[in-house]
Design a protein around this ligand. Structure first.
Ligand SMILES: [Zn+2]
Ligand SMILES: [Zn+2]
Ligand SMILES: [Zn+2]
Length: 445
């Protein structure tokens, strides 16, 4: 697997691009990169910035403490202002990865200022811009605008564990993400390689598809087990078991989450021939990685057939060849699961588990998700919902709870022990991480 190592090529033009913060966007595709790049320059040449205006009105670092609440609000406002200004220039609404250009733009961790704001401010004051953001020397991924501001964040950044992420501080987790980027680049070609200065771009990259080649003769509980405990002994890679396993866990999180939820809801595995799993609202990773679902068959003794139904709006345009090589699969372009159930009518059979990976039910299409949730509860369909972060898990758990779902405490809201180990930096915030299926929002039957 590691025998083909291709050199990483840099495809941007330092003379043309305004700074390095946006270089990962459409990297290798200059035709798509150029208009965004030009608009960024126009945004700066305009010399006024709504974000800078908000920044000048606020002071989240008065005295020697940071008002984190105020800082978070200021950052959010600046982000919206930048997107608003930018959309006016480019003349169309931004798509998500373009919005994240601003969400992941380097900002001083103490006051939220960006290099762009520093340059515009200098220009407004008729000065040549001399300062720019500095990086934390240890992780190279957290920024500060002055030594005083670094002093304000240094201790928390370097030593305080981030809730839910294994006792590691923001600085340590940043370093882990950079290691994951290096590993990703090692495996990928020049076109998809990621600048280590934009580790956040990992969010848009395809994970490694890997599962151990073994079939288990005996059932073993996943409770209290860990990624390392389950998989480390099956890895035969010359270097970097850590990054390899973290990368592979992104795909394996799908079958492992299902297996764990089945165990929590039903207890010990009672062998049967066929298992039926319905995946609600699948997106790219679940569709492209469908062969990793085979791990379910490898892990449950006596299981002969896995029937997967993938049902959701993103399924239109997917055909059987895209998902070849995996277990038996039915694809349904029905946009929602409750409509699928209605269409099936009396021929609908309750699956062993319905799973909504990173549903985002509290963020987008909430009304439609509520209808699906109601249906799941009413028909007593064993179900589990996962989410990217703690906040979404709490909100989605509340939605399920309000609708009367008999939630099982072990399935949320709480950390999913089988969520992806591949972390990503929260866009639009100065702290915090998210990961695919990182949290259980709720499970019931
Ligand atoms: Zn550029
Ligand atoms: Zn600052
Ligand atoms: Zn650091």
């Amino acid at each position: 697997m590691l025998d083909v190592v291709k050199r990483v090529k840099r495809s941007y033009s330092p003379g043309i691009c305004i700074d390095s913060a946006h270089l990962y966007l459409y990297q290798g595709d200059w035709a798509r990169h150029k208009p965004v790049c030009k608009a960024l320059r126009a945004l700066e040449d305009a010399g006024s910035s709504m974000a800078l205006h908000f920044y000048n009105l606020a002071d989240p670092t008065s005295g020697d403490v940071i008002n984190t609440q105020e800082l978070a609000e200021l950052t959010g406002m600046c982000l919206h202002a930048d997107v608003y200004d930018f959309e006016k220039i480019i003349g169309r609404p931004l798509i998500m990865i373009e919005r994240n250009l601003f969400g992941w733009e380097p900002r001083c961790a103490a006051c939220g200022i960006t290099d762009r704001m520093i340059r515009i401010r200098a220009k407004q004051q008729g000065q040549a811009s001399s300062t720019q953001l500095q990086k934390c020397m240890d992780c190279q991924s957290t920024f500060f605008c002055s030594p005083r501001h670094f002093a304000l964040i240094k201790k928390t950044h370097g030593t305080v564990p981030i809730n839910g992420y294994g006792n590691l501080s923001q600085c340590q987790l940043n370093q882990q993400i950079r290691e994951d980027v290096r590993f990703f680049n090692l495996l990928s070609d020049a076109k998809t390689s990621i600048s280590p200065d934009a580790p956040t771009a990992l969010a848009d990259s395809a994970p490694l598809t890997w599962a151990p080649e073994r079939v288990m003769d005996e059932w073993s509980s996943l409770k209290g087990s860990t990624w390392e405990g389950e998989f480390a002994s099956h890895l035969d890679v010359p270097a970097g078991k850590g990054p390899f396993l973290r990368s592979a866990s992104d795909g394996l999180a799908l079958p492992m989450t299902i297996l764990y939820a089945l165990e929590v809801l039903n207890g010990e595995w009672k062998p049967k021939d066929t298992l039926v799993i319905h995946v609600l609202g699948p997106s790219g990773p679940e569709i492209q990685n469908s062969m990793v679902f085979e791990e379910i068959v490898h892990r449950l003794p006596g299981l002969k057939r896995l029937e997967l139904l993938l049902c959701g709006p993103e399924m239109s345009g997917v055909n059987q060849t895209d998902t070849k090589g995996g277990p038996e699969m039915e694809l349904d372009t029905c946009p929602t699961y409750h409509e699928h159930i209605q269409q099936k009518g009396s021929s609908f059979k309750v699956p062993d588990l319905a799973v909504a990976f990173n549903s985002g039910a509290s963020e987008v299409e909430s009304d439609s998700w509520k209808e699906t949730m109601k249906m799941l509860i009413e028909k007593k369909i064993p179900s589990v919902f996962t989410s990217f972060n703690e906040l979404e898990a709490a909100k989605e758990s509340a939605m399920l709870s309000e609708l009367g779902a008999p939630l099982v405490p072990e399935l949320g809201p709480c950390r999913n022990p089988w969520g992806s180990m591949l972390l990503k930096t929260e866009p639009g915030r100065l702290d915090g991480f998210y990961n695919s299926n990182g949290w259980f929002a709720g499970g019931f039957k």
